[in-house]
Design a protein around this ligand. Structure first.
Ligand code: SF4
Length: 382
């Protein structure tokens, strides 16, 4: 792992080393790491077992932290937090409480959702990795204004630290999905460091199985993720079409890494025994929701260890695209089930507060020209 110039994202080992410059004993470094990564305390002034001198030096070095500026609670208890970063940019993170297994199945790549604790509600958190997104998928609000900047590793995990204070007493963070604003693998170094921090035994100590990285299909970085984390981290692929030409129309990244290359990367991903790759398929009315499309998906994914999540598109501003009706969604699902795939229709959660998939957006930003140019025109297919 490359050394971090993002001080809040130091590992315990790096903090211990940094203590030399502060004139402090190395064990103080472990204490600071635990304050930040385990207890979610971002303000050095609140790190009460450190001396006032060390707290002051830390405040100077760490600078301002991100903060939650708004919380929207949906009727289904989904919460969307608007997080303001130190430079004033804003990103969104979503808390999805789930009372039953289906939700965890649908949102994460973890088939074993671990021990149940009676009386607790498990929460999956969806986090952002970039301010905006460069990938320009036509059905996604996050890419409307293009990429503004990458987030740092401390900003990425900071969303979890901030949200930990918004959890109800009976709620417990069980899974983290990197599916919010941005393409995590386009910001590989920060994403990889965030995984290292979340899984570090001196911090939250999350199992890598409970983390899922969602990608539009950046092939070299999929290979890198598999090698760096030994296939332990869950992988979700945004597929959305099994035909190269039509996938490129929805997702420009397909021009760079067409399906043959993407499927090769999935076959080589060093998946742990018994695990499956999650395939995300946003159903866009008239664009990719026909029975022929479903048969194409079945052919493309044959013999791959996958489960498929169908996501009826959530309406977004500046686009006429929308979801198919329920009958069409279920018919699509049936084709895949008949072909022996585990195939779920993702429940639409939080769409009354625009917290649903593809709806996380940079508020107040106008769409860029490329996004508008890519919007499909003319009559949809039958
Ligand atoms: S779907 Fe993902 S990769 Fe595509 S524009 Fe949206 S955030 Fe970016």
């Amino acid at each position: 792992m490359i050394a971090s110039n993002d001080p809040r994202a130091r590992t315990p080992e790096e903090w211990r080393e940094a203590m030399g410059d502060f004139g402090e004993a190395p064990y103080r470094g472990d204490q600071i790491f635990q304050w930040i990564q385990k207890k979610g305390v971002l303000d050095p002034a609140a790190m009460t077992n450190l001396s006032k001198t060390l707290r002051d030096k830390l405040s100077e070095e760490l600078g301002d932290a991100a903060r939650v500026v708004r919380e929207h609670r949906s009727e289904d208890d989904t919460r969307k937090l608007l997080v303001e970063l130190a430079d004033g940019n804003q990103v969104e993170t979503v808390l999805l409480p789930s009372g039953h297994k289906l939700d965890a199945d649908a949102a994460t790549a973890d088939d074993d959702d671990g021990p149940r604790h009676p009386g607790t509600t498990r929460v999956t958190q969806c986090i952002s990795t970039q301010v905006g997104c460069a990938m320009g998928c036509v059905f996604c609000a996050s890419g409307i204004a293009g990429l503004k900047r990458h987030m740092t590793a401390s900003e990425i995990v900071g969303q979890i630290q901030l949200a930990s204070r918004q959890l109800e007493p009976n709620e417990r963070l069980s899974h983290v999905v990197f599916m919010g604003m941005g393409e995590p693998l386009h910001n590989y170094e920060a994403t990889a460091r965030a995984i290292t921090l979340l899984t570090h035994e001196k911090g939250l100590g999350m199992s890598p199985r409970r983390l899922t990285i969602s990608t539009s299909g950046l092939v070299p970085e999929i290979e890198r993720l598999g090698a760096d984390f030994d296939g332990q981290v869950g992988l979700a692929i945004s597929l959305h079409n099994a035909n190269d030409e039509r996938r490129s129309a929805l997702m420009p990244i397909n021009d760079r890494y067409p399906l043959r290359e993407l499927m090769g990367a999935l076959r080589r991903y060093p998946l742990r025994r018994g695990r499956r790759i999650t395939i995300e398929y946003t159903l866009v009315s008239g664009q990719n929701d026909s029975l022929d499309d479903a048969r194409g998906v079945a052919r493309l994914l044959a013999r791959l260890p996958v489960k498929i999540n169908l996501i009826p598109m959530n309406p977004i501003e500046h686009s006429d695209l929308g979801p198919p009706d329920t009958k069409r969604v279920l018919a699509f699902q049936q084709v895949l089930r008949d072909a022996d795939f585990h195939c779920f229709v993702r429940r639409r959660r939080g769409d009354d507060v625009s917290a649903a998939c593809g709806q996380l957006v940079m508020l107040g930003h106008e769409p860029n020209k490329q996004f508008l140019r890519r919007q499909p025109r003319g009559e949809p297919e039958e």
